[in-house]
Design a protein around this ligand. Structure first.
Ligand SMILES: [Fe+2]
Length: 141
């Protein structure tokens, strides 16, 4: 990989990392604030999504280090909507997962990405797409 390719990859991976850091906070926040009967299902669901974001963030961070880059430590600045309404939470989660899936697709489309990195990102991308699908079903009521 040449320097331009590597720098572009690092920039894009950092954007994905920032988004995972935001997702961790959003899901942990929603797992604490979800109210009513839906708390029974959605608290563990949000906790699981928070954990998945931690794992994705860890994987992306390690790839940035491997490329010799500097991993960011700040979350993406996109607002985390404060609410106790589970439907709003699910809509925000859907938007977050859709954006995450698009971010990983963008990385996979970069020219010069090596097969190992591509494989790692693809695994994450599949999980994001599963979350998008799951959330779209949760919203379909
Ligand atoms: Fe993720």
């Amino acid at each position: 990989m040449n320097d331009t390719t590597t720098n572009t990859l690092i920039t894009e991976l950092n954007a994905a990392l920032a988004w995972e850091l935001r997702a961790q906070i959003m899901y942990s926040h929603y797992s604490a604030y979800v109210k009513g009967i839906h708390r029974l299902h959605l608290k563990p669901f949000f906790e699981e999504e928070a954990n998945e974001s931690v794992v994705h963030g860890k994987t992306v961070r390690e790839q940035i280090v491997k490329l010799g880059g500097m991993a960011i430590t700040d979350r993406d600045a996109t607002e985390i909507v404060q609410t106790t309404d589970y439907k709003v939470m699910l809509r925000e989660a859907y938007a977050t997962e859709t954006r995450a899936a698009a971010t990983y697709q963008q990385i996979l489309a970069l020219p010069g990405i090596d097969p190992e990195l591509s494989d790692t990102i693809e695994q994450i991308s599949f999980q994001e797409e599963r979350s998008v699908e799951e959330l779209s079903q949760l919203l379909d009521s």
